[in-house]
Write a protein that binds this ligand. Structure first.
Ligand SMILES: [Ca+2]
Ligand SMILES: [Ca+2]
Length: 411
């Protein structure tokens, strides 16, 4: 069960707040059976129900979650037996916009396939040509919201800035799984240093924000808090190689918050191999990335649907692993950081100063794959970073997919 350690650190405060809610709530929460599963309940309201009304929901512990408070969202922890009652009371109250349990989210990695060539990804998306123009700017920060990053990895550590963790029982963003370290290396491992691999952006800083536990799992409320934290602490690009079921109102609010702050947010489409992009990738403010393989074909596991914006290499991707190691992983988790790195290269250039400009450049210049023009497997197509860097956001651009109109003209 994922739960921000900082909330535990503030337990006394949380209990005090619960006391403000109702003294009986506090007492009941503290006396709940230790063996019972606790659930996270989230709600947003135009105006909140009275304390007495909520108190009748019984054992609920109000949680101090400053990042979610910035989204207008309040958080409670309640024993599973009481969460339903709390939800019912919240939902029945006038003025409550939504109330729901936190949803599970997962790292979107599939079993690796070591037979694939190493590091074909950067070549497929024109990174070597892009590096002739720029290798990235130290003024740009990529936040990796994941299982953490190996803070001592020789191909990453010099680029790390202070991060944080929202996972219970952890006190730093040190990676205790491996997924986040792999993702971080794809986006921004130090290039041209004679060691390991080359990330897409060699200059950008990496901000580790741990929102997934040692099993690669977490809750959408922690992801939302991590998005707000990263946006508030100067991230220019946020990578989300994770996902779960839709909807997730709290993650959508956080995504909108980041977008409004001028942050480009990139997410993995999902590894279901089926129609239906996962959340958070499905949100319109987020760039949803599908995975391709060595042959530029959609990977069989890559989720598809109208929400897919772009495609990038995801199968058999060679990158950094904890303890100074390197290895191969597969998934849309590996595709997203190729795009996050590309977005960071663009963000370091003066003309790409908004998420919309970055998105437009990446989409307009992508290599069309699959069905002609935009399609559900590849979105606009495979990212081509050099072409994106040469795109002028201020110029007039003819419709990219005029092919759409050719059948009509030929009749
Ligand atoms: Ca390197
Ligand atoms: Ca296409």
């Amino acid at each position: 069960m994922s739960f921000p350690h900082r909330f535990v650190g503030r337990l006394a405060l949380a209990v005090a707040l619960a006391g403000a809610l109702t003294a009986s709530t506090q007492a009941a929460a503290l006396s709940a059976p230790a063996t019972e599963t606790w659930e996270t309940v989230l709600a947003r309201a135009e105006h909140w129900p009275g304390e007495a009304e909520l108190a009748r929901a019984g054992t609920a512990l109000a949680i101090d979650a400053p990042e979610l408070a910035r989204l207008g969202v309040r958080v409670w922890r309640a024993p599973a037996s009481a969460a339903g009652d709390l939800l019912a009371r919240l939902r029945a109250a006038p003025g409550v916009i939504f109330a729901d349990r936190a949803r599970r989210v997962y790292a979107l990695e599939t079993p690796d396939d070591p037979g694939w060539d190493q590091q074909y990804g950067p070549v497929a998306i024109q990174a070597p040509q892009a590096w002739e123009i720029t290798t990235g700017a130290v003024s740009i920060t990529i936040a990796i919201l994941d299982t953490g990053i190996d803070l001592n990895h020789p191909d990453l550590s010099a680029k790390l800035i202070t991060g944080t963790t929202f996972v219970t029982g952890t006190i730093t963003a040190q990676d205790d799984h491996g997924h986040g370290t792999h993702v971080a290396g794809i986006a921004a491992a130090i290039g041209d240093n004679g060691a390991g691999i080359a990330g897409i952006d060699w200059g950008a800083r990496l901000m580790p924000v741990k929102v997934l536990d040692r099993y690669g799992q977490g809750e959408d409320s922690d992801v939302a808090a991590g998005i707000v934290w990263a946006a508030d602490h100067g991230a220019d690009v946020i990578n989300l190689s994770l996902g779960g079921g839709c909807p997730s109102p709290v993650m959508e609010l956080a995504a909108t918050y980041a977008y409004t702050m001028g942050v480009t947010v990139v997410a993995a489409a999902g590894n279901t191999g089926a129609f239906g992009v996962l959340c958070p990738a499905a949100f319109p403010t987020i760039i949803a990335v599908a995975a391709t393989d060595f042959g530029n074909l959609r990977a069989g596991y890559s989720s598809y649907g109208p929400e897919v914006d772009l495609a990038a290499p995801g199968s058999g991707i060679y990158s950094t692993l904890p303890d100074g190691n390197y290895g191969t992983k597969s998934g849309t988790s590996m595709a997203a950081p190729h795009v996050a790195g590309a977005a960071a290269l663009l963000a370091g250039r003066p003309s790409f100063d908004t998420p919309d400009a970055i998105r437009a450049a990446l989409a307009y210049t992508a290599l069309d794959l699959g069905a002609v023009c935009r399609d559900d497997d590849y979105g606009a197509g495979l990212v081509q970073i050099q072409a994106a860097l040469l795109y002028n956001p201020l110029a007039e651009h003819p419709p990219r997919c005029f092919q759409h109109y050719l059948p009509a003209l030929s009749r």
